[in-house]
Design a binder for this molecule. Structure first.
Ligand code: FES
Length: 164
């Protein structure tokens, strides 16, 4: 199951040291923010709670609101718990016309959780997503870092069942 960072989360020493070691390679604290958030997210169990955001802001001397704005802008950062595997199912027009609703229903049934939720064992989470730029191969989903195109329910089912 995804672990929630404790309230008043403290960044691990190795994250603080790594950020310090990167500092000379970036021209400003703002520029250092993205790698710092990546490190923090990994250390915090895959997502960035308010407490983790506050810890990163404190480390870099930036306003928490600014850090929160960056987190919400980039979809590589997660503001809610996620599974070890993340499925992004495109439900925009081209994919919807070619069966995305059926694929969403399949994910709901197979994983036993709704969009935005994590399976009880922490294995998988899924979300509906806006266009992922692969409309000519609709319907499609991004699973972890890979595109799965021209999906059929059977292919999606087999792929999801292979996620460990
Ligand atoms: S509409 Fe699904 S990838 Fe563009």
């Amino acid at each position: 199951m995804s672990q929630s960072p404790p309230a008043g989360f403290q960044l691990p020493a190795e994250v603080i040291e790594k950020v310090a070691s990167l500092r000379s390679r970036y021209p400003s604290e703002e520029a250092l923010l993205l790698p710092a958030l990546h490190l923090a997210q990994k250390a915090a169990g895959g997502w960035l709670s308010h407490d983790v955001i506050a810890a990163v802001a404190d480390l870099l001397g930036l306003p928490a609101s600014k850090v929160a704005g960056v987190v919400s802008f980039y979809d590589m950062f997660h503001e809610q718990p996620v599974g070890r595997h993340r499925v992004r199912l495109c439900t925009n027009l081209s994919c919807q016309l070619r069966g995305a609703d059926e694929l969403a229903a399949l994910l709901r049934r197979e994983l036993g959780v709704d969009a935005g939720e994590v399976t009880p064992d922490g294995r998988c989470s899924w979300v509906e997503f806006e266009c992922l730029g692969s409309c000519d191969t609709a319907p499609m989903a991004m699973i972890d870092e890979d595109y799965h195109e021209n999906l059929t329910p059977d292919r999606l089912l087999q792929t999801v069942r292979r996620l460990d």
